[in-house]
Every structure is written in C-alpha cells, then in structure tokens.
Ligand binder design. Sequence first.
Ligand SMILES: *Cc1c(COP(=O)(O)O)cnc(C)c1O
Length: 322
Amino acid sequence: MKYGIACANGTVAMHLAMATLGLEPGDEVIIPTFTMIATANAVTYCGAKPVLVDMEPEYWQMDLNQVEDKITPRTKAIVPVHIYGHPTDMDPLMALAEKHGLTVIEDAAEAHGAEYKGRRTGGLGHAAGFSFYGNKIITTGEGGMVTTNDRELARLAWNLRDHAFSHERHFWHKFVGFNYRMTNLQAAVGLAQVEQLDTFVAARRRNALEYNCRLHGVPGIRTPAEAPWAKNVYWMYGILVDEKEYGMNRDALRRVLADHGVETRNFFIPMHTQPIYWKQYYGERYPVAEDLCKRGFYLPSASSLTLEEIEYVTDVIRSVAR
Ligand SMILES: *Cc1c(COP(=O)(O)O)cnc(C)c1O
C-alpha cells in the first residue's frame, strides 16, 4: 500500500480508519459476528452500530451471501475480518461495496502476509487495520497500523492520530483528534520484525501442513481449510471437534491436552452473544458462528513451534480418539 499510519495498537488502528469516515450515531457498519471484540468496539467508539452477518462454514469467514440483505440506507462501511489468517473472498465483497457506494475497511490484525489471488491482505479494501500485539504474526509489543492507497484518507488519519493539530495554526483544533501514535522504539522493533515476515509465514505454513498430515483421518477432527484462491498464514491453527465421531467434546479434549502440558484456547465468542452487545441483537441467530464457538479451539500456533512439539500435541489427540 502507498500509505501506512502507525498506531499504538490494532484496536485504535481500526477506530482511526473508521473515524476518517465521519460516522454518525445511527450509521451502520457491517461486520462478521465471529471476530475478536475490537472489531465491534471500534464501530461502537464512533457511535455507529455494528450490524452482524454469519460465517460460511468452509473457511470460517464472513458469509458474503448475507451481506447484501443487511445493507440499509444507514450503512456506511463493511469490515471483513480475515479470521485466523485466512483471507475473506474480497472480489465479490468489493463489487457489492461499489454497487452500494460503501467503504471497505479490512480488519487484517490476524493476516500479515496472507494473500488473496496473489494480492496481500491489508491492500484489498479502501483501508485496513493491522495489529502488532505480542501474539500476532509480527509484533512491536503493542502496535498497529492503518494502510491505504487513498491519499485523503491517509492525510486525515495522520492528522486525527496526532490530536488533529491544524496546519495553519498549532494548538488550534477543528476536529476531536486522538493520541494514537506509535513510539519510535516500537517502530524500530517493527522494522526488524517486517524483515522476518516471510520467514514467520513460511514457518506457520509448514507447521499447519504438519498438523494437517498428522491429524488426517482422525475421526471427528476437522482441520482448517485453505481456499484455492487463498494463502492462509494460520495466525491460529484451529480445529473443530465432533463429539459423536471423536468420542469426547471440545472441552474434554482441551482438558486432556492441558493435563499433558499443552495450552490451547477456545474460538471466539460471537458478538451477538456478548454481555455488552446481546441486547442489540436479541432474537438474531448466527448458527455457523455459534457452532464454531461451541466446537472450535486452537492448538499451539507460534512461528517458533518445532515439528517435535507438533508431533507431541497430535499424538495426544490421536491417542484419546475413539
Ligand atoms: C488482535 C485483534 C485486534 C486488536 O488488536 P490489538 O493490537 O490487540 O488492539 C483487532 N481485530 C482482530 C481481528 C484481532 O485479532
């Protein structure tokens, strides 16, 4: 992308990108319900309403067939989230956005280096937000970035990031800006991390392949898929457990792994079931997201994972399968 606006973290990168749109109370932004809380909160910070869509069951991304039904005269933007490092199917989404005059802001916090038809995520929409938190593919400890090719959007984001100082007169403010700056120390770490991105992505893809091979044929275990048009960077290597076929449910398997010293984590909890949001979505159901939440968890996924460690983890999973 032509412009990168470095930020204090990924959440404020998403907020900053949305703040450039001048959203007003009552405006709507379409997001997937199955995401990390910051996606929805960034919309809420702007006073707008996150409008939800379910996921498609194959790659666990936003279901594009449901997006158009959710567009109203108040819709201003669509935020696809490249969940767990797999890209969203962006071409149809961009066509839809164009048809309705909407801005697309990618949440690329989990997808550094991922590709869609050979093009990198974070460069597919009108703008994108990245996170460089400690558990992301590259990190500055805390950090984030807005990326865009839109010069006006970039200019506004730079200004809003830094208290919206006006150009004609310092300490003179025509917008309510923020302090979302990244420190130079973090930026130095980030530059060194970017040099290693390809190495980290290659390691994650190698690890995912190893997991896939070792879990192949284990009844009731569904491994992550990769679309023919996608390069998945496997920020998190997630699996789904079918209780009947596998012989125990997700939570029981996680306990077995914990007893063997393997830390795992459950999938996201959908936005429409969150204590801070459920009243807004009372009666709305998103069955794919709910199923992912119930049956999904991720295995150790760090770039530094060794093949021996993967063998150990998968041996435990195989040994207790029905
Ligand atoms: C991590 C993450 C964020 C937030 O990033 P922070 O740097 O932790 O603020 C936003 N969206 C998604 C999808 C994330 O995974």
